[in-house]
Ligand binder design. Sequence first.
Ligand SMILES: C[S@@+](CC[C@H](N)C(=O)[O-])C[C@H]1O[C@@H](n2cnc3c(N)ncnc32)[C@H](O)[C@@H]1O
Length: 246
Amino acid sequence: MELTAECGEGSDELLQSQTLLWSRIFSYIDSMALKCAVELGIPNAIHSHGPHITLAELMSSLSLSPTKTPHMRRLMRMLTHSRIFACSGEEVYSLTPLSELLVERDNKNRGTSCLNGYVLTVLHPVVVNSFQSMSDWFRGNEDTPFSVAHGCGLWDMTDRDPEFNRVFNEGMASDAQNIESLMDVGGGTGSVAIAISKAFPEVKCSVLELQQVVDTIHNKGEIDFISGDMFEYIPPANAILLKVIH
Ligand SMILES: C[S@@+](CC[C@H](N)C(=O)[O-])C[C@H]1O[C@@H](n2cnc3c(N)ncnc32)[C@H](O)[C@@H]1O
């Protein structure tokens, strides 16, 4: 497509296409800005100072050199644009519902959990670098882009690299705190699902069982019993439990 200075419908469309393409090209910087905010502890700093913090106060609470202030201004402008933070008045920042999820609280975030570990895992160089190999993976015979990039699988990498292992496990744990639903596959009469539901009432527990088992259950309580064959279909849930007898 050739760049044109002509007016009219065609040039509007071209401009829109260019804008969208530019946005797609640079969108990874949004993710990196988010990672930077988590690494610097900006959500925690705003929360501790809260509800608002000025740019100068933010620099001081993060113990950053004032020479970096213009760069922090740009970072905060980007993060405000992507709704991680809100900006009220001149360079006064506050948390948004998104960054509330990035504050480390002792009381487990009033029912939600902190997703910092998840951010740092998904945006870890080991994970991000594997996406650089997508086209090579399509052309070759390796199992995953990850193995093209690193010459090994994910679990070999967690075995090989203790630091990545730590970040990965913390990331999974931080996401696991957000489980809202659990499916006990072949869960029998639901004794395990009932126990989990009592201990964690915020988790919606269900049991997938064969029709002949579900038909025998009369008092279903808080648990959903779904009849079906696990080899054909497992209803969606955040977590799946497969407990076997031993
Ligand atoms: C060994 S019992 C375990 C029950 C329960 N999970 C527990 O640990 O107490 C296995 C259960 O899987 C169920 N089951 C077997 N094949 C199934 C299938 N294809 N789809 C769903 N459930 C199945 C059986 O009806 C049985 O209740």
